[in-house]
Design a protein around this ligand. Structure first.
Ligand SMILES: Nc1ncnc2c1ncn2[C@@H]1O[C@H](COP(=O)(O)OP(=O)(O)OP(=O)(O)O)[C@@H](O)[C@H]1O
Length: 310
């Protein structure tokens, strides 16, 4: 758990972050969202003391981060940025092993862990272990960056626009993979993004900032259905529910029971927003949902409308 209390960062007369108070819950992913220049990156970098606050404090597991040496603090916190900065002269495996090597961990155990992590992020170790960063696509390099951040098994991960530089397809895939990993490993993640879809889709919690202050902190559902201000409502936009539907498979809305005759058929992994489009296009308020050949059940119009966040 990371507690932020009255956090402030001033640069001369200008204030980047102002009286920020919030708690990043343990084992959850919190998205830091907001317009350009609102203080997201500054907040993130104050957590691992790449930037020193000018006021307030941050508690990590109850301990004031100012009482720790920055290097020691950072060893317990993974950090992933958009330009991940892999070492070009080292192999993928050596890149992932950077921190365990630094900590003097057993070589053989580290090698095994590297393979496990490559596997976890969806890169076949036998194929990628010995490659150099220059031989990787952007998405693959980003996966290596995530594996490297996980290598020291830090309880906390800070991520700054980690998927920002990827094309939409690669981004979707890596987002999904990362979400899975995060749930499985129970890491506490703070992720800066300016992408509303990404925040609503990946965040257990979303902290929406505006001009250095916290505008709203809550679940995606809270922000969409109970916006704390006009700013929140405007920022998320009219189609906030649709946005959230886009991030969920139609399978999440399936109910058992007999479908209406002639209902169009869709596959379970189709996103719910597209399922809604199929209903509109076909003029049916029900769809049959299949996984492969198997009928899972059906989904109805009212199950999707207004329930993007249910
Ligand atoms: N070193 C610095 N000196 C002076 N001002 C700075 C410095 N770093 C950041 N700022 C200012 O602090 C404010 C917050 O910057 P920050 O990078 O945290 O914003 P952000 O929300 O991450 O923006 P973006 O989404 O564009 O990356 C901005 O107005 C920025 O101009």
């Amino acid at each position: 758990m990371i507690q932020v209390e009255h956090l402030e960062k001033r640069y001369g007369d200008s204030v980047a972050v102002q009286d920020l108070n919030l708690t990043f819950p343990e084992g959850q992913l919190t998205a830091l969202l907001g317009p350009s220049g609102c203080g997201k990156t500054t907040t993130l970098r104050m957590i691992n003391r790449l930037i020193e606050p000018t006021g307030g404090r941050i508690l990590l597991g109850g301990q004031d981060t100012r009482t720790l040496k920055p290097e020691a603090l950072r060893r317990g916190i993974g950090y992933v940025i958009q330009q991940i900065g892999l070492f070009p002269h080292l192999s993928v495996a050596q890149n992932v092993a950077t921190v365990p090597d630094l900590l003097g961990r057993d070589r053989r155990a580290t090698a095994q862990r590297v393979d496990e992590l490559l596997d976890l992020v969806g890169l076949d170790p036998a194929v990628y272990r010995e490659k150099r960063p220059a031989e990787l696509s952007g998405g693959q390099a980003q996966r290596v960056g995530v594996a490297r951040a996980l290598a020291a098994d830090p309880p906390v991960l800070l991520m700054d626009e980690p998927f920002g530089a990827l094309d939409p397809l690669a981004r979707d895939r890596l987002q999904e993979a990362f979400r899975d990993i995060q749930r499985r490993l129970g890491k506490t993640v703070v992720m800066v993004t300016h992408d509303i879809d990404e925040a609503l889709r990946l965040g257990d919690r979303v902290a929406l900032m505006r001009a250095g202050r916290l505008e709203q902190f809550g679940t995606p559902d809270d922000l969409i259905h109970r916006p704390a201000s006009e700013f929140v409502r405007d920022f998320l936009g009219e189609d906030a529910t649709l946005r959230q539907l886009a991030g969920r498979p139609v399978a999440a809305f399936v109910r058992a029971g007999l479908p209406s005759p002639g209902a169009p058929r869709v596959q379970a992994d189709l996103n719910a927003r597209s399922a809604l489009s199929v209903m509109l296009r076909e003029g049916h308020d029900t769809l049959e949902v299949l996984r492969g050949e198997e009928l899972l059940g059906h989904v109805a119009w009212q199950d999707l409308r207004g329930k993007g966040s249910a």
